[in-house]
Design a protein around this ligand. Structure first.
Ligand code: XIL
Length: 473
């Protein structure tokens, strides 16, 4: 799989012109220099996938859409075209024209493909849903074999099962699959996929499992079982998020799956807001995107991030969550939103015009350095403790206009920071000296920002909340 992916990526190494044979477009893309100016250039440089869910009809009909998809992303997922209703609408009648076009496009543009999806309770034809247990098993095995074999060596990874856990306290989803075949349907799906394409990475994928909660606990148990049988390679976190609500335990959650020996992947990222959008919301969205993508960038076993659509107008969100929208990286005219630059920065690219930093306002009251401990206040809170560690969230509140802030505290006991986000500095010792990142240092009087971190601590001890000294920088 890796070799295959490297071979395809080689198509775009250096300055080349890539053209799609299938859809007949040409695109000239320069990949050079240390500081990448496209998402894919930055992602390639750190060995990550930056993916986008694509619509077949846009890809076929819209040249600007094709150019942006080819120029900015190194991985594709079919938003709908590989689902069961698209690939086998009637029993044994396979229709691959849309999926083929997307895979051809990816190949012509040096992009990997994350396949979505074999077994789901939604967008699966009624002829499947009405089968008895034996016939349903036969249909599942035939479907997975046929689709996986067709794209063997061309689709790098598959969401083998999608959304198999319910939102009800981590119970299994009461789907027609479960009711007809029992829980074994999941194992059957993975066994079939493994045999059909032994080189593809196999994922279990779900939503609302981004933080540590009852639902992600159930996925964790399923993942443990599948991994122990060598049937699972990764866990997909859909991450259909709400503005300002990146779960504080998300890093710790990804880490616990990595600790099982699995890859993790952000598979369907979008961050929705109540409409209308305004500049403050778009700024918050940029911060949220940056946080999520940084998490993946910093985690060796995170294979990548896929955004669920190209432009805001392409998104499924307004139709599904009425009154909300604007969840993606591009405006409908292909102009880049603040979130785009935030993602570029999180991947290590860019370097110009960080959109998450608002222009510095100089405050005449602060021409001489303010006394230590005034100007801002910071507090720690434990958002998710476990025996040997905890996730914290911290709030920095500006009492005056700030162009930067510093925080310091000393742990009273064995607590030590293992990883942190939205804060930089000397963080891992008994005394912590932190400072703002480039994007969250500028705060007007009364505004606040957050950062977070995980700690390790002595087994069973309490995670303390020491007093923090905050100083303007
Ligand atoms: C959505 C698509 O974006 C829509 O176009 C379609 O009408 C419904 O499905 N979780 C998933 C995706 O796994 O397949 C869903 O995609 C969004 C939620």
């Amino acid at each position: 799989m890796l070799l295959n992916r490297q071979r395809r990526r080689a198509v775009i190494a250096g300055a080349v012109t890539v053209a799609t044979a299938a859809l007949g477009i040409g695109l000239s893309t320069q990949f050079a220099g240390a500081q990448a100016t496209t998402l894919r250039g930055a992602a390639d440089a750190i060995g990550k996938d930056i993916g986008v869910a694509v619509s077949y009809s846009q890809l076929v009909n819209n040249a600007s859409y094709r150019d942006t998809v080819a120029g900015e992303f190194n991985s594709l997922t079919a938003e709908n075209s590989m689902k069961w209703d698209a690939t086998e609408p009637q029993d044994g009648n396979y229709t691959f024209s849309q999926a083929d076009a997307i895979v051809d496009f990816a190949e012509a543009n040096g992009q990997s493909v994350h396949g979505h999806t074999f077994v789901w309770h939604s967008q699966t034809p009624s002829w499947v849903q009405g089968l008895n247990a034996t016939a349903m098993r036969t249909a599942m095995v035939d479907h997975i074999n046929t689709v996986a074999n067709r794209y063997e060596g061309r689709v790098d990874s598959w969401d083998v099962v999608n959304e198999v856990v319910s939102d009800n306290n981590g119970a299994m989803r009461d789907s027609f699959w479960l009711r007809t075949m029992g829980e074994g349907y999941i194992t059957t799906a993975f066994q079939t996929a493994r045999a059909a394409d032994p080189n593809a990475d196999l994922y279990i994928n779900d939503y609302s499992i981004d933080g540590i909660n009852a639902k992600s606990d159930t996925v964790y148990r399923i993942a443990q079982g599948l991994k122990s049988q060598n049937l699972l390679d990764g866990v997909g976190f859909q991450a259909h998020l709400i503005l300002g609500q990146v779960p504080s335990s998300m890093e710790a959650n990804l880490q616990r799956f990595v600790d099982l020996g699995l890859k993790v992947r952000i598979t369907e990222l979008d961050i929705r807001m109540n409409l209308p959008a305004d500049s403050a919301k778009l700024q918050q969205q940029a911060n949220d995107y940056q946080r999520v993508v940084e998490m993946c960038a910093e985690l060796l076993d995170c294979s990548g991030v896929t955004v669920w659509g190209l432009r805001d107008g392409d998104s499924w969100v307004p139709g599904t969550f009425p009154g909300t929208g604007a969840p993606l990286l591009f405006n409908d005219d292909y102009s880049k939103k603040p979130a785009y630059t935030a993602v570029l920065n999180a991947l290590g690219g860019g370097g110009t015009g960080n959109p998450t930093t608002t222009p510095a306002t100089s405050d005449p009251a602060t021409t001489s350095p303010p006394p230590t401990g005034s100007g801002c206040t910071a507090t720690l809170s434990v958002s998710s403790p476990w025996n040997t560690g905890a996730t914290y969230s911290a709030t920095v509140k500006a009492d005056q206009n700030l162009n930067g802030w510093k925080v310091t505290w000393t742990w009273p006991g064995s607590e030590r920071i293992s990883n942190a986000w939205s804060v930089t500095g000397t963080l891992t010792g008994a005394t912590v000296n932190g400072a703002n990142e480039s994007y969250n240092g500028t705060l007007a009087a009364g505004q606040s920002t957050t950062f977070g971190f995980n700690i390790t601590k002595a087994d069973g001890s309490t995670a303390s909340t020491p007093t923090v000294t905050c100083t303007p920088a």
